[in-house]
Design a protein around this ligand. Structure first.
Ligand code: AHR
Length: 499
């Protein structure tokens, strides 16, 4: 059972983009309140941010962070979240049936981003609101001074502009669950007009139009065609969202990367169809700005109902297994492998809500299993992404008849003289041997070879034990001249660094 690859620095797909390693902070459950922000916490800093979470965010190696939603943004009034905290209103959040005291808003998020060393990616409300409010938020955030809203920001203590460059034109506007849900034609108009006006303020903004909320939506494809027909020359990226769950079938779960790859390829065809039909010289690419494993339904997660509108309820606090971490590793490999067209991505989300980082209110912060492949890939992928010409045994599951057992990508950093292979064995039952021709790398040694796997693939980290199953050395890895071999256990994620 052997899979062959060739690692040749001449076969470049594109650069490793730091923006592939984005994440997402939404006003949802405990992501903001008792997640990134908890003034009463013993480790809170002078601004009320949890320093333990800041540290873990830096360790995770996150680049951009999308904010403030998500479904939340489609009912959000950004003005509620600025100015003296005692004057800020508490509002109903219809998306998550919660109350939001607005103690964190754009100024706090910009400050948190600076402390975390991440770039903020801001979403505007195109659900209940429109072009004017998007322009107001842009003026408030990015204009140096001398206008009503920029002076208001300065008076609120943010003297320097936030200079937010990436903007999402709404969120999942194709979804029937979205507040202010629109048809493709309705959304296309408002997205085009908003983008046009925002570019009058600053033509260099990076703008993201809403694509489909997933490949299974009946409107996928047609939505992209209609939206891009109106917006192609006005936006840089179109979004893709996709979540994966186990359904109690491990082998099917392990095909997630294969399914994401198919979605990306389809989306690329829809984008390029519009490019060709409109004879555009421009290339629109993909912002995969929500992706993850997500098992819990809204009901399981006990979304509040009726008269219950709590602040920061426990919502969507999925616990992840080693198998989920392998899937997350594979999804990241897939995003990297498509770096020519996926120019930005955000793991949804960062803290507590379907997240790699968990917190206890007033207590500990700890890492879920999914933290590890993300952090290691972000830390070590650099330079160029290489095309490996994978020859892998093919597997089949009930729902996915044919997929490769091996999912792999390699990056090559000529300056650092380092190549890194990231590989997942998607088989639920059988080990796989990786056989790599690496002659053209002239690698002398294996710097590090680690694998994340476990006898029980359903092992989960908890606050009390988040470290007994960690990625560990893969002793089977051998570099012999121009040949690298490695044993990949079933349900495993592996990283091999060569120099
Ligand atoms: O990430 C959780 C939710 O998933 C987001 O609010 C929404 O955009 C998506 O449906």
């Amino acid at each position: 059972n052997t899979a062959k690859i060739t690692i040749d620095p001449a076969f470049v797909i594109g650069p490793v983009r730091r923006k592939t390693f984005g994440a997402f902070v939404e006003h949802l459950g405990r992501c903001v309140y008792t997640g990134i922000f908890e003034p009463e916490h013993p480790q809170a800093d002078e601004d009320g941010f949890r320093t333990d979470v800041l540290e873990l965010t830096r360790e995770l190696g996150v680049s951009t962070v999308r904010y403030p939603g998500g479904n939340f943004v489609s009912g959000y009034r950004w003005e509620d979240g600025v100015g003296p905290k005692e004057d800020r209103p508490t509002r109903l959040d219809l998306a998550w049936h919660s109350s939001d005291p607005n103690l964190v808003g754009v100024d706090e998020f910009a400050k948190w981003s600076e402390k975390a060393g991440v770039e903020p990616m801001m979403a505007v409300n195109l659900g209940t609101r429109g072009t004017q409010e998007a322009l107001d938020l842009l003026e408030y955030s990015n204009i140096k001074g001398g206008t009503a809203l920029s002076e208001q920001r300065k008076a609120n203590g943010a003297v320097e502009p936030h200079n937010i460059n990436m903007w999402c034109l709404g969120n999942e506007m194709d979804g029937f669950w979205q507040i202010g849900h629109k048809t493709a034609a309705e959304y296309a108009r408002v997205a085009a007009e908003t983008a046009r006006a925002m570019r009058m303020v600053n033509p260099d903004l990076e703008l993201v139009a809403c694509g489909s909320s997933g490949p299974d939506l009946p409107t996928f494809g047609e939505w992209e065609r209609v939206v891009l027909n109106e917006t192609y020359e006005l936006v840089d990226l179109i979004s893709a969202h996709q979540y994966f769950e186990d359904f109690g079938d491990l082998q099917e779960h392990l095909t997630a990367g294969h399914r994401m790859e198919a979605f990306i390829k389809d989306l690329v065809s829809h984008i390029d169809h519009v490019k060709s039909a409109t004879k555009s010289g421009k290339q629109v690419n993909i912002s995969f700005d929500e992706w993850n494993v997500w098992h819990m339904s809204r009901d399981e997660s006990k979304t509040p109902t009726g008269d219950d509108w709590p602040v920061a309820p426990v919502l969507l606090e999925d616990r992840y297994t080693v198998a989920d971490a392998v899937v997350v590793g594979d999804l990241l490999i897939t995003l990297l492998r498509n770096t020519d067209r996926v120019h930005s991505a955000s793991l949804a989300q960062l803290v507590n809500v379907i997240a790699p980082i968990m917190t206890e209110p007033g207590g500990r912060a700890w890492k879920q299993t999914t933290f590890h492949p993300f952090a290691l890939t972000s830390q070590h992928a650099s330079g160029d992404v290489l095309d490996l010409g994978v020859e892998s045994p093919q597997l089949g599951s009930e729902k996915t008849p044919a997929f490769s057992a091996l999912s792999a990508v390699a990056t090559h950093d000529a300056d650092a003289k380092e190549a890194v292979v990231f590989a997942v064995n998607r088989s639920a039952t059988d080990a796989l041997t990786l056989d790599a021709a690496v002659g053209s790398l002239n690698a002398q040694k294996v710097i590090e070879a680690i694998t994340y796997t476990n006898k029980d693939p359903y092992w989960q980290a908890t606050a009390d034990d988040s470290t007994s199953v960690l990625p560990s050395e893969n002793v089977s890895v051998k570099l012999d001249g121009g040949r690298l071999t490695a044993g990949l256990p079933p349900v495993s994620w592996t990283m091999i660094r060569l120099s």
